[in-house]
Write a protein that binds this ligand. Structure first.
Ligand code: FES
Length: 263
């Protein structure tokens, strides 16, 4: 069953139905289903397959196969336990193509993905998310001394490399934000000119307090670390990363009276 925001089926023109049935069924390992699960659109011979997501792929033999537009491709989401078998089958068919993002180390942790071409040279992609993709790691550097409160002017956002976090100082307190993006674990950077964090992997943006900047938010706020103040120093516990809810995303940790002298 498909849910809101997903398509029910796609129709792909193919030049040789038998060849494509073999590719989508035995190569891509889609499940063949009766052709009457989707409405027929004419007399052309069709074959229908079901994806791991419960959507349908309809193959229609056609004399002219229209190529996809520039930079378009069709991505099939696979269950993680299904991915290795499909990958090996496609590799044996020599249809895999190079993924420059993998070569450049730009794919996120826990994401398995490969580009390939179907028999009509249509660009496809298979993708799977393992459990690892959804676990957000803590820096694990123990208690890190960020510096004296007065070292951080109000309005500043400072990357503390040793602890892999950002120390945010605003008028009503401080926050220590985990540098790991809550989408798929790339590292965010702070863009001073925009007063916001940016993740280069899939272009998510976050405010200075770690809330996603988007009309339709699809990832939680950046995680934070616990902070304590000892002898005027800010100590950050980087062993436990703390998720935050939308409601408390702007909540700063107040600086105890007498700890800060300068503004
Ligand atoms: S990892 Fe995808 S936007 Fe950050």
């Amino acid at each position: 069953m498909t849910t809101a925001g997903q398509f029910h089926h796609i129709v792909l023109d193919v030049s040789n139905l038998e060849r494509s049935v073999d590719f989508y069924g035995n190569g891509l390992c889609l499940e063949p289903v009766p052709t009457n699960v989707v409405p027929s659109e004419g007399p052309a011979p069709t074959a229908v397959f079901k994806t791991d997501n419960g959507q349908y792929v309809v193959l229609v033999e056609s004399e002219t196969v229209k190529p996809d537009g520039p930079r378009c491709h069709t991505n099939f989401m696979l269950a993680p336990e299904h991915y290795p078998e499909v990958f090996e089958r496609l590799k044996a068919r020599n249809c895999l193509v190079k993924d420059h993002m993998v070569e450049q180390g730009r794919r996120s942790v826990g994401v398995l993905t490969t580009y390939l071409d179907d028999p009509d040279d249509r660009r496809l992609q298979i993708t799977s998310y393992t459990e690892e993709a959804f676990l957000l790691p803590a820096a694990g550097r123990g208690k890190v001394v960020a510096g004296r409160v007065d070292d951080f002017p109000v309005g500043s956002v400072t990357h503390i490399k040793e602890g892999k976090f950002f120390l945010v100082r605003l008028a009503d307190g401080v926050l220590a934000l985990n540098q790991v993006c809550t989408h798929q674990q790339c590292n965010v950077t702070y863009q001073q000119e925009h007063y916001s964090f940016w993740c280069p992997c899939h272009n998510r943006k976050f405010t200075r307090t770690g809330d996603q900047v988007a009309i339709k938010k699809d990832v939680p706020p950046l995680h934070k670390y616990a902070v304590e103040f000892v002898d005027g120093q800010i100590i950050v516990d980087t062993d436990t990363t703390l998720p935050r809810m939308q409601d408390d995303v702007d909540k700063m940790i107040p600086i105890p009276p007498g700890v800060a002298t300068a503004r």
